[in-house]
Design a protein. Sequence first.
Length: 300
Amino acid sequence: MPEGDSVWRTARRLDRGLAGGTVVRSDLRVPQHATADLRGRTVLGTDTYGKHLFTRFDGSGPAQALTLHTHLRMDEEWTVQRPGRRLPARLAPDVRALLETDSGRVGVALRMPVVELMSTRDEVRVTRVLGPDPLRADWDAGEAVRRLGADPDRRLAAALLDQRVLAGLGNLWVNELCFVRGHSPWARTGDVDLTGLVATAARMLRQSVAVRGNGQVTTGDPRPGHEHWVYQRSGQPCRRCRTPVRYAAAVPGDARRRATWWCPHCQPGPNPATNRDDAAGRRPRTRTQPSPISPGSRPE
């Protein structure tokens, strides 16, 4: 699933391919905008907020500046084709938006569940409900801490996945963040050092977009199968203590209960079976934390 950092990289790809160009062909294949025509407008660039993309177009005279709002939920994507390239015929039914500029490059949105054309000044209608985003210039760590702590009884992973609290974290980052900080995903937010948690979350997302080729590697080891501490490693030994990584399946229809991976030894505390501290009665303890995305680290 695309997360804040991968959405940010998608925006940069759209900027490289389309920004500064004049639209010569547009096709929005959603009923509410099927007749929209963006020809003649200049693509100003694409901005992100959490998992949302905002591709902006200029306005002149009576024409107001417009924004194409898209959202990559699961396996949706934007692709940019070079001049002379054609989209494979098998993908034609998946096209939801198409933008061609005078450079000959074509941006294509595939399987996109949200394709919304709006006045640029109306973007706030979408963004005002979102929490702070670590990848934006207006990032406010204090506000993220405040929102996370607003309900001290809320389970940690559910709070982190709530885009109204902190925008940009998806399931991969939440699972890895909980491990790196040594917290059970089901810990109460009131029992967690939220200032340290938010700082680590911001560091992980920022390093993911800043380090070329690093992507979503959290262990510091980019070799296939070595990139993550617990995410999608059910039954495999923890890279720190060798305890088998455990897995809790998602509950369909419940956005608060996503697929979860954790190490019961390194992340003591409540779990789905007991909904309380583990059988030994241990409380989360202070320990040396693994370093997220630490180049040179070679975990097992």
